[in-house]
Write a protein that binds this ligand. Sequence first.
Ligand SMILES: C[S@@+](CC[C@H](N)C(=O)[O-])C[C@H]1O[C@@H](n2cnc3c(N)ncnc32)[C@H](O)[C@@H]1O
Length: 243
Amino acid sequence: MSETHFGFEKVDDKEKAQRVKGVFDSVASRYDLMNDLMSAGMHRLWKAYTVQVADVRPGDKVLDIAAGTGDLTAAFAKKAGPTGQVVHTDINAAMLGVGRDRMLDEGLALPTVVCDAEKLPFRDGHFDLVSVAFGLRNMTHKDRALAEMARVLRPGGRLLVLEFSKVAEPLRRPYDWYSFNILPRLGKWIAGDADSYRYLAESIRMHPDQETLKGMMKAAGFGHVDVHNLTGGVTALHVGIKC
Ligand SMILES: C[S@@+](CC[C@H](N)C(=O)[O-])C[C@H]1O[C@@H](n2cnc3c(N)ncnc32)[C@H](O)[C@@H]1O
């Protein structure tokens, strides 16, 4: 038996995926509203920056992993155009369903695939760009997931990891206070679920910091990795090139 973390709690690594599924099953219908409220809309800016850095061109093949309700997926699809291929994936069908319905309402019909990032059902070297936003933190074996992301990228292809990260020291105390006092209350009030938002705050603290994640990406086959700190390190965008 090997152990991992679910937030601050130590759990058997076979249990983590099920616990994470419980979180996203519970919050799926209120996920987008909660994102806007708890980040005061900032997640839109972080994602807009990610889309700019991604620089998707017409005809590109893009895989969005842990794509959830699909706001990045939709933005990539608009850039890739009708000659491109953008695949909307997540391990959680409830999250994907919310995203698929919203994209259909916007006139975007994309392939939607329920799959585990640790065992991607795509062939080697197929994609020009792989993106994972706020998803890696929830994965049990991050090293396996990163290796899979490298496998499905073509040589020279890029992986974009947008994730909560380690904040700059002057922000740490107010950020901790907000995370452990306000977030769970907001979760209870809006999504009827304080525990999932307590898990969010805890999982952010357990996630590898900027330098550690950069090292993990290098170990997974990304020869060059750039780190872009956003909002004082509240989030970071790691951009890895498969060499
Ligand atoms: C916080 S949401 C992020 C959704 C979206 N990318 C965004 O930025 O709003 C995290 C997502 O990661 C997904 N996830 C967790 N573990 C996963 C795994 N092993 N493989 C694929 N997706 C996973 C969850 O189901 C959830 O939809």
